[in-house]
Design a protein around this ligand. Structure first.
Ligand SMILES: [Zn+2]
Length: 191
């Protein structure tokens, strides 16, 4: 279903975007600490995403996998906001996500109301699978390209672009006015 200007983020798309943005935003932003440094943090993220039945122990290898996934999704969202370094590193990120997706299979869940994909596995693998299911959900709604990283270099927060024509580059008005002021200063300096 294509996005409409009246409803840029329908409720279930918001669930999907919230999951993905919450994941990429565990990265250090500004002066913040990385929030995906060990098994405890990954467990907390999985619990917050409602991944129950986590009887498996979360290991350091799972944390390494989470951080690699996070880097790849971040690179995709940077490309969505037109970051040039995002575009340069994009093929590697796409290749990584295409190769790794086979580890996190999804299953169609059919009802009379519709069909959506859910992770085929529980625990940590299911938690990572939920990220891919969220990506599929957003893409099906035409909203995939609306997940972006803020272009303000002191921010780099992941956000959902709610602008009418998907042209937003900054997470907030304060980030866009800071960028405008910086552009003005550099024009004044060079002019
Ligand atoms: Zn920002």
């Amino acid at each position: 279903m294509p996005q409409t200007a009246e409803e840029p983020c329908p409720p279930s798309a918001c669930d999907s975007s919230a999951l993905l943005l919450g994941f990429v935003n565990t990265a250090p932003l500004g002066d913040d600490q990385d929030r995906m440094t060990g098994p405890e943090e990954l467990s907390a993220w999985l619990a917050a995403g409602g991944r129950t039945g986590l009887d498996a122990v979360v290991t350091g290898a799972d944390v390494a996998a989470a951080r690699e996934l996070r880097d790849a999704f971040t690179m995709i969202f940077r490309a969505h906001s037109g970051c040039e370094d995002g575009e340069a590193a994009l093929p590697a990120a796409e290749d990584y996500l295409q190769r790794i997706a086979v580890r996190y299979p999804l299953t169609p869940r059919l009802t009379a109301d519709g069909c959506h994909l859910v992770p085929a596995q529980d625990g940590v693998l299911g938690g990572f699978g939920a990220l891919f299911a969220a990506a599929v959900d957003l893409a099906a709604r035409g909203a995939w390209g609306r997940l972006k990283m803020c272009k303000n270099p002191t921010c780099y927060t992941g956000f959902f672009d709610k602008t009418r024509n998907s042209s937003g580059l900054y997470c907030s008005t304060s980030c866009s006015s800071r960028a405008a002021a910086r552009a003005y200063r550099s024009r004044a300096k060079s002019g």
